[in-house]
Structures are given as structure tokens and as C-alpha cells.
Design a protein around this ligand. Structure first.
Ligand SMILES: [Zn+2]
Length: 170
């Protein structure tokens, strides 16, 4: 027994040190570029995504691209229904919260809570809130604070190609 305890002592010491290490790492991770990638429920290889998506969907969802303004068929869609992620069919927006922002991209004043996750990007040199599907990580668009004041004040500026529309009444 005595011998066992002696063997354990260095391990306990290591554990204390490594716990300290972890908490320091967290602080660093918050300020530097994120290296820890979240784990998504739906995960596929790049090759598999390429196979399952159209070129445009792949460019937007998997490469965080942006479609040309005014090109989405969903832009003028006023039908009642739900907008799901084109990558994994998770409901991300509802027709009742869609509005015409005049930007050329489908816009919503709120998301389906819990099904969309957020990040920050500096792709165009300014800080923007990026939003993506919480299930597969597919990029959807960005959120801006110039939405309708009478509701949420937020504008979810979404690529139509990242969405699929499911009408309520077929
Ligand atoms: Zn998805």
C-alpha cells in the first residue's frame, strides 16, 4: 500500500499543475484566434459535403462565402413556412419573422432559438457577427443591429442558398 501511495504522489502533483495550465489556456483562447473547433452533431468530410451540396451551397455553407445580392429565389418568398439549413435540414428561420430589408438578401428579425450559433469574423476588415447552423456548422450569414426597431432591432442577413424553404401548406 505504501508503495502505491508513493507512486500516486507524482500524479497528484501533475494533476494540480495541469489544472492550472488549463485555466491559463482558456484565458489565452479568448483573446487569440480560436483553435478549438466546436463539435457539431452533423459532421462530414469536405469530400462528402461537396457531394451532398451544390457548388453554391458548398461555397456558402462550408467556405463562408456570400451569394450575389438579389440572386436568391427566396428573397421575395412571402409564403408561410419554415426555412431550414440546406446542409442538414435544421429549422433556422420562420416566415413570420422574414422582412424586406432592401439589401438583396433574405432577412429575418430573429432566428429559431438554439438552432443557430454565433461567431465573430473580420473578413472584410470590420468586426461582424457571423451566424451558422448549430447542428452542422454551416455558415448562414451575419447579424447586424439595423433591423426593425419595432421588433428586435436585429437584421439576420442570410444567404438564400444556405436555406431550403418548407411551406406550411403543401
Ligand atoms: Zn445545418
Amino acid at each position: 500500500m505504501k508503495r502505491k501511495f508513493k507512486l500516486l504522489t507524482p500524479f497528484l502533483f501533475l494533476m494540480i499543475i495541469s489544472c492550472k495550465g488549463v485555466s491559463q489556456e482558456k484565458e489565452v483562447a479568448n483573446t487569440s484566434e480560436k483553435e478549438i473547433k466546436p463539435v457539431y452533431k452533423v459532421q462530414k468530410s469536405e469530400a462528402q459535403w461537396r457531394e451532398d451540396l451544390t457548388d453554391l451551397q458548398f461555397y456558402i455553407l462550408r467556405k463562408a462565402g456570400t451569394e450575389t445580392a438579389g440572386t436568391s429565389e427566396l428573397l421575395s418568398n412571402k409564403e408561410e413556412g419554415i426555412y431550414v439549413c440546406a446542409g442538414c435540414a435544421t429549422p433556422v428561420f420562420e416566415s413570420q419573422y422574414k422582412y424586406n430589408s432592401g439589401t438583396g438578401w433574405p432577412s429575418f428579425d430573429r432566428e429559431v432559438e438554439g438552432n443557430v450559433a454565433y461567431d465573430v469574423d473580420y473578413k472584410i476588415g470590420v468586426k461582424r457577427i457571423e451566424e451558422h447552423c448549430a447542428t452542422c456548422g454551416g455558415h448562414l450569414g451575419h447579424v447586424f443591429e439595423d433591423g426593425p426597431r419595432e421588433t428586435t432591432g436585429l437584421r439576420h442577413c442570410i444567404n438564400g442558398a444556405a436555406l431550403k424553404f418548407i411551406p406550411s401548406s403543401p
